[in-house]
Write a protein that binds this ligand. Structure first.
Ligand SMILES: [Zn+2]
Length: 126
């Protein structure tokens, strides 16, 4: 699976605004209501069907940022969309095992828990 914005493979994709924007659409059903991209600068605004506004950006620091790939509180909202999940670590790597329904499961790994959660969630949509 490749990122719709930068074409990097999911398992290689770093925690970034780009990955957060991918999760906002694919997992949270966010609809893009604003978008600005120029060189390394990017800014997105999404709204979910429940009316939640999510701002995903790389430079506009004064705005509250929704970043499930770096903030565990935001990653938790992603896990809430799943039927079952497990997050664990061996002290080096985090693993996230996620499922939509009883017999399916999707496993992903990363250096941090939020990133492992985002990768597993996106993998489940692939
Ligand atoms: Zn990307």
């Amino acid at each position: 699976m490749q990122c719709p914005h930068c074409s990097v493979e999911l398992q290689e994709h770093e925690a970034s605004a780009c990955l957060d924007a991918w999760v906002a659409v694919a997992i949270m059903s966010g609809v893009e209501t604003m978008n600005f991209q120029e060189k390394s600068e990017c800014y997105w605004r999404f709204e979910t069907p429940e009316g939640k506004v999510m701002l995903v950006d790389s430079k506009i620091r004064f705005l509250p940022r929704w970043s499930p790939s770096t903030r565990i509180a935001d990653a938790w909202e992603v896990l809430d969309k799943f039927y079952r999940f497990e997050v664990g670590t061996d002290g080096m790597i985090y693993l996230c095992d996620i499922a939509h329904e009883p017999k399916k499961k999707y496993l992903a790994s990363a250096e941090t828990a939020p990133l492992a959660i985002c990768r597993a969630a996106l993998k489940s949509k692939g």
